[in-house]
Ligand binder design. Sequence first.
Ligand code: URP
Ligand code: ZN
Ligand code: ZN
Length: 484
Amino acid sequence: MSTTISTLIKGGTVVTADREARADVAIADGKIVEVGVDLEARAGARVIDASGAYVMPGGIDPHTHMELPFMGTTASEDFFTGTSAAFAGGTTMILDFVIPAPKQRLLDAYRQWREWAAKAAGDYSFHVAVTWWDDTVHEDMGTLTREFGVNSFKHFMAYKGAIMCDDEVLVSSFSRARELGALCTVHAENGELVWRLQQEIFELGIHGPEGHPLSRPPEVEGEAANRAIRIAEVLGVPLYLVHTSCEDALQAVTRAQLEGQRVFAEVLAQHLVIDDSVYRDPDWRTAAHHVMSPPFRARRHQEALWQGLQSGRLHTTATDHCCFCTPQKEMGKDDFRKIPNGTGGVEDRMSVLWHHGVRTGRLTPSEFVRVTSTAAAQIFNVYPRKGAIVPGADADLVVWDPSGTRTISAKTHHQNIDFNIYEGMEVVGVPAITISRGNVVWEQGQLRSERGAGRWVDRPCFAPYYAAIETARNLARPTAVVRG
Ligand code: URP
Ligand code: ZN
Ligand code: ZN
């Protein structure tokens, strides 16, 4: 039976994480079926002229929070609006987070999030947060990995009194993840220190958003990153650090990697290009809209982060897309501790990285693909179904116009938030066409996303690899000496 090609992308330069070459891409039934030179357009197929453009795997954002209930409110972007906005920016898959309330069964929370996500226009998968511990958590981690396609668990080392994990929970969860072959991820900030600093700063009379970064200095992130890494090292489990924002945390990552420890790290697009001067903006609204954790950092950290990304010590780029509109931010009008933490950007990540990364020579186009798509697919085990342009892969693609321009603005973006942290930034390099599982979902500035068209993506564990680690640990383990 011959395959009926529905779409042929012709004349573009195909860029993957490992190469760049002139080739056409044929799509049938939502999959890539052929990649080659001068492919024939069959009758009835739509031909997309990609001359002058790059054809790349659709972006994967490994860190978003659509419609997250958080800090007394709910993130304004839902799974439909959020995945649609992602399409407008060239991103075709998100990894979001199930965050159970303390004492809530992980499976119940997971089911709740699946219900919410059923409206997504683009494909998605979930990390599941471990926010507390008892035998049911142990059991549910097993069920989630074996039956529900979850292979990563998240640990918040901050947000004391809410979703924070102490070391006991970290140790229990990391040990369980090792048994299951799942990946542990951490939000690395010392929550006890943040709590103490928040009270001290507030009592000093600093109540505005400028208090936020003062309560979360880089040392607080560096300490937690190092602690999580050391715990992972002792327990023999790989680790993924989300939103690495400062040199202190990057140093902990670098040391571990140089010692041969398997530590992956993510950086947010906004931490690469925005510095902490935003908190001194005389306009309260502007400053409050930058309240996120970890906060924006002094400029020297940005250079370190770029170097980390260029050298491969930072593997993925994300957004931590977690939108709150102005009335929500105003919940903390008189107290920075109550400003819901989070910023948007799922629509902007790819262009910001192309403009500031590729156009400045920091990244090659292939490196851009690696850090915006392929590395996330590999680390979270959906490669090469996602993050690749090979026959059999999902046809999640972006036809990238390297000379197209956009002035980023809340007035024109598709994100459900009344503010944009990149407001006024002119970027060169935009998605001309975005394709999700074979369907054109963004073209000539028009969204064609369909509510509910997104699919859950199963992510199996890495059992064989973890088994190898376990064997190595057993070899190194001391044995008791039997005497007389
Ligand atoms: O400020 C942030 N990052 N909000 C979302 C929750 C988190 O810490 O990732
Ligand atoms: Zn976080
Ligand atoms: Zn987050």
